[in-house]
Design a binder for this molecule. Structure first.
Ligand code: ASN
Length: 483
């Protein structure tokens, strides 16, 4: 049967996927419970990276202390706030700590700790803006961050004051939009904007004495789950307030005289300085991009080959299956597929999928569909006379396909493969959306810390270009070998 022919391919595919799964899972040898905690990657003073790329901030220090005192470990998942919150709602993560405000609608979905900080929503413009009151926003556009309490508050005023809204995934990009004058104002939690202004972001709070939706910030777990973790958080928080640890943490981030954490270090002012002080992060990001690319290219190529071969099978069933799979996965945007696999699927199947595995699976399905389409096209473009000649020499249909059509068809597709390899490398950047710390996400985190968008993105762009050049050289070398 045809399936027999697929066996080695299938075995290779399964083995490689398994390898990707192992790479994606960080096995922990000791027996301490290990919780998966999601967080907002760029949310100073609550959650952000310091110059050494460690996660710091009020949330991070509290969490670290809770884990230490309760003898558990945790794996941190920094990503956009919206994705981080969905991770917990869908059971992908055990808890979220992300400067997250406690409100009634969230209590329907999550169980919530006692508040550990008081906050409220500020509205913000450029310092010398003509917009002095909310009524001045009529007809203007306001920047909001998807899924946040501040966005819900902002959007609730939209009709009353007649402004339009535009959504962003992270606070820093949202601020920049206002600084650059693309949007007239933004809404964000007061401690967060206060911290940014203190660290040089050129914006001004318009309602410091009259914050919207004032309330507490808390730690959240999925409703009805992880009661023990929540209990430990609450008990330890109370103890930390008593013994002074809590005040120390707050003072460290909010009352220290110099702004040690964001954007002020002199090595952030030159491209070389940024490269030097972040070299570890750049390397790690590059390595993650390379890993995703290599696994993605190999597995998607194998899967695409399989789809291509199925597409020229004698059996209607295999041909139909191949066409359907290609149709579905070529039609889905990569990011939608990544969110579906990483955030949507686990809620239904009840199994957590590591981000790396979800990323690889996304690449296999999406890039594999494109590969399948051009591989099938390559096979189909082999002259019909070849098949007829093979058959008249006494080969069966199957033999003719494997011995005559496939080798010739594959040669035709080599340039398309090279093209697809490069596309796969570039597409890995979309996987930053599910929190994979590859090059693009690394850039986002560094910009959040130093506000040097131009220099950091230029560095990242050059790194991509270098890697793409290397990959092109390698592919061309391979092309010559095969041709
Ligand atoms: N403060 C936001 C909220 O409560 C969370 C965030 O943006 N990290 O929705």
């Amino acid at each position: 049967m045809v399936i027999k022919r697929f066996k080695p391919l299938l075995t290779a595919l399964v083995a490689l996927f398994f390898a990707a799964f192992v790479v994606g899972t960080t096995a922990s040898a000791d027996s301490k419970p290990n919780y998966i905690i999601s967080t907002d990657a760029t949310y100073a003073p609550f959650d952000f990276q310091d110059k050494n790329n460690n996660y710091v901030g009020i949330d991070m220090d509290i969490l670290k202390e809770v884990a230490k005192r309760n003898n558990f470990t945790y794996t941190l998942k920094p990503m956009s706030f919206n994705a981080a919150a969905q991770m917990v709602a869908n059971g992908q993560a055990d808890g979220i700590i992300a400067g997250m405000m406690i409100n009634d609608s969230r209590k329907q979905v999550y169980d919530v700790s006692t508040p550990y900080y008081q906050s409220g929503v500020a509205w913000i413009t450029k310092p010398n803006s003509k917009i002095k009151s909310l009524s001045d926003l009529k007809g203007k556009t306001v920047a909001l961050k998807t899924g946040t309490a501040a966005a819900a508050y902002g959007a609730s005023l939209k009709d009353k004051y007649g402004f339009k809204v535009k959504y962003f995934n992270d606070t820093d990009t949202m601020y920049n939009d206002v600084v650059n004058g693309n949007t007239a104002a933004t809404f964000e939690d007061y401690p967060v904007i206060q911290y940014a202004i203190k660290n040089g972001v050129k914006l001004q709070v318009r309602n410091p004495k009259d914050l919207g939706n004032a309330g507490g910030v808390g730690f959240f777990v999925k409703k009805g789950q992880n009661a023990q973790l929540l209990e430990q958080f609450n008990t330890t928080l109370a103890a930390m307030k008593k013994d002074g640890t809590y005040d120390k943490i707050i003072n460290k981030y909010l009352n220290s005289s110099q702004s040690t954490f964001v954007g002020s270090a002199s090595d952030n002012k030159t491209t070389l300085g940024i490269l030097k002080s972040n070299q570890n992060a750049f390397w790690k990001g590059l390595l993650e991009t390379a890993k995703l690319t290599v696994f993605g290219i190999v597995l998607a190529s194998l899967w695409g080959l399989l789809l291509g071969i199925m597409g020229i099978s004698e059996s209607k069933f295999w041909r139909g299956l191949s066409t359907t799979i290609i149709y579905i996965f070529r039609g889905l945007p990569l990011m939608v597929l990544a969110f579906f696999i990483y955030i949507g699927l686990p809620g239904v199947i009840g199994v957590k999928i590591p981000a790396f595995t979800a990323g690889i699976l996304t690449l296999i399905l999406n890039e594999g569909a494109y590969t399948g389409a051009f591989v099938r096209g390559g096979f189909e473009s082999v002259d019909v006379g070849q098949m007829e000649a093979a058959r008249s020499l006494g080969l069966t249909h199957r033999q003719a396909i494997w011995k005559v059509i496939v080798p010739q068809g594959l040669k035709i597709t080599v340039p398309s493969f090279v093209n697809q390899f490069i596309i796969t490398l570039k597409d890995t950047s979309i996987l930053s959306a599910i929190g994979l710390l590859e090059l693009t996400q690394t850039g986002t985190l560094i910009v959040a810390r130093n506000s040097q968008g131009f220099r950091v993105w230029a560095i990242i762009a050059v790194i991509y270009l270098i890697v793409i050049t290397l990959l092109t050289w390698f592919s061309n070398w391979l092309k010559k070998k095969i041709a």
